[in-house]
Design a protein around this ligand. Structure first.
Ligand code: DGL
Length: 277
């Protein structure tokens, strides 16, 4: 058995958390991680060279996800967060087999939160084509409570609208109405935002759905889940060490910074190109 001395343990705790997404969207998860886990260092990877994942096949996404995880493992991360809903809904098994650190996806925490919130047992889920087709949210929700009815719908145009910064335009309301009008008639009381980009449209989506529908954004539940795992492993970072964050993109680093700041809600001073793609 290996015996760890104090220095070893300190180094282990202060290892960074790795987070990846298909692009900038996963920074909504980083924003919540900064709030919930302010002492943790983060290495963020946005696969901007191959975004969007939401229209690609599960096989392709699995391959990308493993390559992304390999890149993060170079930084000796102590845990990996799959901030992308599409990658979480298709690649968790593959990733868990592939790396020797805990892997946290966004589907389970989002499903758990929705089940805790619904009162009438009717939950709506929106996401990319691939996420909705995978039925990952339906499976997770039914796993927790089989009696819950789940209705799902892909809303692919929300991603480019957010990237374009059209967060409250007339056209955005019109598109949201077109996608979500049918959900209002289905009587759901809870709606899961099953895509990294949708939290930025929370206001529009909330307005279209009406006050009686609770909007669930899994980002804060993911941060809670990471906190619970690290605490149970005794791997929360020391409070007296300053965290260091690193941002990487597989292409178009300047665009990543410009759009990414909107998602993160704070400045990104430096990002580097990840060259493995
Ligand atoms: N990050 C993706 C997700 O959460 C949205 C963007 C894409 O299609 O790659 O599903």
């Amino acid at each position: 058995m290996r015996v760890f001395n104090r220095k070893d343990l300190e180094n282990m705790n202060n290892k960074p958390i790795g987070i990846f997404d298909s692009g900038v969207g996963g920074l909504t998860v980083v924003k919540q991680m900064f709030k919930r886990l302010p002492n943790e260092s983060i290495v963020y990877l946005g696969d901007t060279a191959r975004v969007p994942y939401g229209t690609k096949s599960p096989e392709t996404i699995k391959k990308y996800a493993v390559e992304n995880a390999n890149f993060l493992m170079r930084f000796k991360v102590k845990l990996i967060v799959v901030a992308c809903n599409t990658a979480s809904s298709t690649s968790m098994e593959e990733l868990i087999k592939h790396v020797n650190v805990p892997v946290v996806g966004v589907i389970k925490p989002g499903a758990k939160k929705a089940v805790a919130v619904t009162r009438n047992n009717k939950i709506g889920v929106i996401g990319t084509y691939t996420t909705i087709k995978s039925k990952a949210y339906v499976r997770e929700i039914k796993n927790i409570s089989p009696k819950i009815d789940v209705v799902s719908k892909p809303c692919p145009l929300f991603v480019p609208l957010v990237e374009e910064g059209w967060l409250r335009e007339k056209a955005t309301y019109a598109i949201a109405e077109k996608y979500l009008g049918s959900f209002r008639r289905k009587g759901i009381d809870t709606l899961v935002l099953g895509c990294t980009h949708y939290p930025l449209l929370k206001q529009v989506i909330g307005k279209v759905m009406g006050k009686s529908v609770k909007i669930i954004d899994s980002a804060s539940s993911v941060a809670d889940e990471v906190h619970t795992i690290l605490m149970s492993m005794g791997e929360l970072s020391d409070t007296n060490k300053k965290p260091h964050h690193k941002f990487f993109a597989t292409d178009a680093v300047e665009h990543f910074i410009r759009v990414g700041e909107k998602f993160l809600g704070t400045k990104i001073y430096r990002a580097e190109r990840a060259n493995y793609v």
